[in-house]
Design a protein around this ligand. Sequence first.
Ligand SMILES: *Cc1c(COP(=O)(O)O)cnc(C)c1O
Length: 617
Amino acid sequence: MVDYGIKLWSNDDFIIDDGVVKVNYKVKPALIDIVREAREKGYKGPLLLRFPHLIENQITKIYEAFHAAIREYQYQGCFKAVFPLKVNQMPNFVLPLVELSNDKCYGLEAGSKSELIVAMAYTNKGSPITVNGFKDKEMISLGFIAANMGHDITLTIEGLNELKTIIEIASEMAEPYPNIGLRIRLHSVGTGIWAKSGGITSKFGLTSTELLEAMKILEHSKLLHKFTMIHFHIGSQISDISPLKKAIREVGNIYAELRKMGAKNLTAVNIGGGLAVEYAQHESMNCKNYTLAEFSGDVVFSLKEIAKNKNELEPDIFIESGRFISASHAVLVAPVLELFSQEYEESALKLKEDSNPPLVEELNDLYNSITEKNAIEYLHDSLDHMESLLTLFDLGYIDLQDRSNTEVLVHLIIKKVIKLLKYKNHNEILKIQKSVQERYLLNCSFFQSLPDYWGLEQNFPVMPLDRLNRRPTRAASLWDITCDSDGEISFNPQMPLFLHDVDVSKEEYFLGFFLVGAYQEVLGMRHNLFTHPTEFSIIFDDELNKGYEIANLLEAQTIVDVLDDLDYDTKEIERILKQHIEDSDLDVETKKAVLGKLYVMLSENGYLRTISPQGVI
Ligand SMILES: *Cc1c(COP(=O)(O)O)cnc(C)c1O
């Protein structure tokens, strides 16, 4: 049975049971039931489901892994972590994260003034805040204000001028001051599509020459005692652990050298983010070559070795993992609106009485005489015939009805072949998948909900939410509803996706995209002016009847809200539209009715609502 590689990517957070995908927690609800419940409440279109227990789960995993390594190696330093807000700043993610980690000394990392404000408001007191990225005087002052408020904040310096600004502000503001971190420009680099943050050509960090200069400046301005941390980040989604090990050795030696030069309060090494998520749905397509235990073990072991060799204190270890913490908590659910070949039913076939072109007659014969034995041969023949017939059409030898009959017959043959070979000869079908693929139209926007697929070709695990005890037979390509040809996840024979042959005018079919909780939401763009999906959290509570509830509902924006965000004068738009209706030749009653309809639409979101005759999708 096809399991969509769930064992590879889900870490048992989701399981297949009884033909449906279930959340593997407490009462183990089926995703399809959660989706139906939301839709009964009227929320149609794409849905984003958040699972706060999975946020807690990931935080716990990281802490346990590092604590285990610390115990194993009898490491003297302690372990602390922050969540980098750039990976997910949405309140329905950040607030549960802060609440669920208040026993762990788990803080927030900010890379901009707005993120710093969020961190200052929500970081649990006593938990760390780190600030990275380029900073102006105002942002550094904000860091001082955070320290004044009692936050344990470290400003990581990206360049010497930032250090000079800190000194300037220190002379203007009261203590307590923030701690100072120095970001190091390593020569080690990560691998993979995000490996741009490391290396000597990196956008960030101080070279060794600048580090020496920074030490001098700090000493001279009597702020050396505030220098507590060194930091690096070699890029996101580190696929191979060896560059990380190299980076740790490099940074560990820099740490020891700086301490020897007099940085006595330098006690922390911040290893940034980069811990990878396994997105692969297919064996041999793995995104990473290490486990969390190996990662934490390597970090602790390397730092211990260096401290021992250089006879220095074992540093506290900070980590800023974002993707690893947030990816699993969100699932995008998209209703399938249409299968493109569904219109190719036998009833659509309109063969002529006696003047069909010979090749069409032949296609018809193939269709009627196809058997399990000749299926593949006939399929090849029919694809050849189709090519010839389309050429004949271009040359003007056959008419539109002939062309339509050709398309219908070829699709009927494909469907029949797939049916006949359901359990046998699957490999043969695999070879011709590309030509027999079915296109599934999804009610969502990849630009809005999976921007990294569009921008970086990052694949996210995708699977139907039900029918999992039925073999999926159609090689699938996925289309979103933007009118952009990039809004397509095409069929890839290296990582084939098979879906079920469903008649969506009679039955519902939903696809879930998993691991979409990192980076996708804020990066998501309003191409074609599609808004974010309606989102909600699933909160588990044994006290509740069902064992869980749908909470924190945030509806997709209405059309008016989207236009308003673009700074259109929506009152003016409404006025103009109303005027156009007023000026039309319609009678008074009709004008009223049309206007009424228009207003309803303006107050809904822009995703598709009705497609099938049955009504709302
Ligand atoms: C982006 C970023 C992170 C988070 O990286 P992940 O790969 O999501 O863990 C951590 N630290 C810094 C400085 C970053 O820029």
